[in-house]
Design a protein around this ligand. Sequence first.
Ligand SMILES: [Cu+2]
Length: 455
Amino acid sequence: MAKLFVLLVIILGVIALAQLMRVYELSSKLTNKKENEISNRDNRLNAKLMLGFMLFLFIGFIWMMLKYGWTGRGPAASVHGEQTDWLLNLNFVIIILVFFLTNALLFVFAWKYVKKPGVPAFYYPHNNKLEMVWTVIPAVVLAVIIILGLNSWNEVTDKAKDDAIRVELFSYQFNWNARYAGVDNQLGKYDYKLNDDAANPLALMTTETIDKAIENMITGPNGIEDLENKLNDPKKVYSEEMRTDMEESLARKEQLIRLLYQMKARNTGKYDKRAKDDIITDTLYLCKDQNYELTFRSKDVIHSAYIPHLRTQMNTVPGAITRFKVTPNMTTQEMREIKNDEDFNFILMCNKICGGAHYNMNMVVVVMEKEEYDVWMKGEWKKMDGEKRLMKRGKIHEATFEHTYYKKEPTKTYPEIQAEKAEAEAAKAKEAEGEDGEEPTDGGDVVDNEDGQTT
Ligand SMILES: [Cu+2]
């Protein structure tokens, strides 16, 4: 109701203003005054308003900087993060100085050189020195910023040194996996053609997974045999469209199976060990002061791995590998102390709108001291006995570390979220219907246990 009232006032105000303008126009016509003749008084008022606006702009800007902080980023938790923060601050200093300088010139000049009666405008068409100044200075400043920026960029995306630990981040709609090399510090090979959502979600290459992929391609549902049978079945009638779809699918699969056979022929089994001892987790564990080479892979669409506290962001692109080097220099525990928040966790978020459940596509990042990290890694190696892993092939290995930093709820798929929503709405509608008949449930009866969790 109040909103409607405000809206009404605004509309009436606009109408009144339009009418006033009309009256003004008519009165100036009566006094034979032309619209383009601005009085001296109007000019001086506008000049002062210009100055007033400048002060409003500057004071507002300074107030916001004081209230919300310099940039609102908080401390960086990585070595290169401190450098890039310095670079960003340099950019901010330059931008703020230029902002004050150019806006001061704009508004002060408008105020100072207001039209005065009897004073003709000063004709000043060109000045080489001025042109030089405002071309060369920005060019030099930009060059410095760009060279410094490129340097930092090359540093973080360059190939890592040998002592770096290699971790692969695998992204898909809508989650992340981290893959660590086993004792050999070599990540297993992979090939998209070996992808099997149930048994080999990361499409790793071993003798077994190649055989399995060939088997699936031939005898699996909608495999080559299946499609051939359907197409050759004289008892079945398909629409033109369906038949074309099936024929195209069959042609694609025949192409893929040739490539798979080539892969099998070339396979000597030397990559088996590399892939079998890989550790796959749904949390990214990092060690403080250790250099990491993160490589990124995407299964479906472009995602972006964004770890704000580590100042790390890199797109993950299907069919291409991207890279980012990072050395965390603060543990989760240290950051918790700084933030005075026992529940704080570093987080990796997807930073590209990649589909319906994009908002939920994240992964916890845990940074530990070396001793702690070693304990974790050794535990993982023990669990990752090569043969055992193959037996439970495909089931993504959960890192069950004693120091569990975070219990991640299983990520819901988009259809599940939609179904839940629909269910909740249906329940609500039902409740609204039966409101009169039944005794209303009391919201205050919900019991909280000691952990603050609703039971
Ligand atoms: Cu995503």
